[in-house]
Ligand binder design. Structure first.
Ligand SMILES: [Zn+2]
Length: 334
């Protein structure tokens, strides 16, 4: 027996899909602004899965992949509940920027969870989202990409608890890089992990890949991951697929050693081990001279690269991963 569920403005009966919102305070004209949510409440018991997109407003992979995934889910056949939050940070998404450009003091919504009821504007948005989610969530996937400045390949940052590592593995065969991140940090995945639940941050795409078939392909890749998660936890029918093993380690931010134009090396592979010293990219001055190089500091994998050529000294050029171990046991034997 499944009870009705109340989230934000919605009360959803078993077998229903409804659209509504999480109120986040007043607008200049309208009495309330909302974070849009779509809730699919199943007819049989199961986990509550939150799909959280566009906390960074320049990362449209979350919303589009959520739209594609929801087309595949029939609430009349669902076990458990899907709460889809395609755009968490509407102000930032409207502007096409990482954070809300009107909010100087809490710009990055992914650094300030669980937010504050009486805080800066984005802290209030995060707090409303957190209050709506925290007690009605078993599994949480936060969807990110390289946004306006970078491209990110398949990478999962999982809270360092077994529930989160299992959720990461459940994303399926394309997701072989799973790095542990701390619990209790300022992002929603970390906060959900601290509650002993599954919380992961998945990365794929960037504004350099939002055209036509490329964007559809990236969004479908992500959507296939969420559907695989739902199969693994028994929410929908079908057999989940898994990577044969997962590569775990830590990231090193490779920052620009000079100001100029960053150009990545031709044929540089993503997600594949490269040797220490491999040339990742070069920085040109505006006369065409190479003034600096970015090289692999040690053996590792590139899981992201700057796509905006203009670069200032100290800005992020390469998302470099060091693999410490390869494991095959993230899915517990039950
Ligand atoms: Zn992001």
């Amino acid at each position: 027996m499944v009870d009705a569920l109340t989230i934000g403005t919605l009360t959803i009966n078993p077998g229903e899909m409804k659209r509504g919102g999480i109120p986040i305070g007043g607008d200049m004209v309208e009495p309330t602004r909302q974070i849009p949510i779509i809730v699919l409440h199943g007819v049989e018991p199961g986990p509550v899965l939150w799909l959280n997109g566009a906390t960074h407003g320049d990362e449209p992979e979350g919303p589009f992949s959520i739209f594609l995934a929801l087309q595949q889910i029939d609430p009349q056949k669902l076990r458990g509940t899907v709460v889809a939050c395609p755009v968490m940070n509407v102000q930032a998404f409207t502007a096409g920027t990482r954070g809300d450009p009107l909010d100087t003091f809490s710009y990055d919504m992914n650094r300030l969870y669980p937010g504050k009821a009486d805080g800066y504007p984005t802290e209030r948005v995060a707090h409303a989202h957190w209050l709506a989610m925290k007690d009605q969530c078993d599994l949480q996937i936060a969807i990110h990409s390289g946004g306006e400045h970078s491209y990110l390949a398949h990478m999962i940052f999982a809270s360092n608890n077994p529930e989160s590592l299992e959720l990461a593995a459940a994303m399926g065969k394309n997701w072989t890089l799973v790095f542990r991140s701390g619990t209790g940090g300022g992002n929603p995945s970390s906060q959900i992990g601290a509650l002993g639940k599954g919380g992961v941050t998945v990365e794929l795409g960037g504004n350099c890949r939002t055209l036509t078939s490329d964007f559809h392909g990236i969004a479908q890749d992500l959507a296939d991951g969420y559907l695989n998660v739902m199969r693994h936890y028994g929410m929908i029918d079908g057999a989940a697929e898994f990577a044969p093993a997962w590569r775990m380690g830590f990231q090193i931010a490779l920052l620009a050693p000079a100001t100029g134009m960053f150009v990545g090396s031709a044929d540089l592979p993503f997600e594949t081990t490269i040797a220490a010293g491999t040339l990742i990219g070069q920085i040109y001055n505006l006369y065409g001279d190479v003034i600096a190089e970015v090289r692999a500091p040690r053996e590792g994998v590139i899981f992201g690269l700057r796509s905006r050529p203009s670069v200032l000294e100290g800005q992020w050029c390469c998302f470099f991963g060091v693999i410490e171990e390869t494991v095959d046991n993230l899915i517990p034997v039950r």
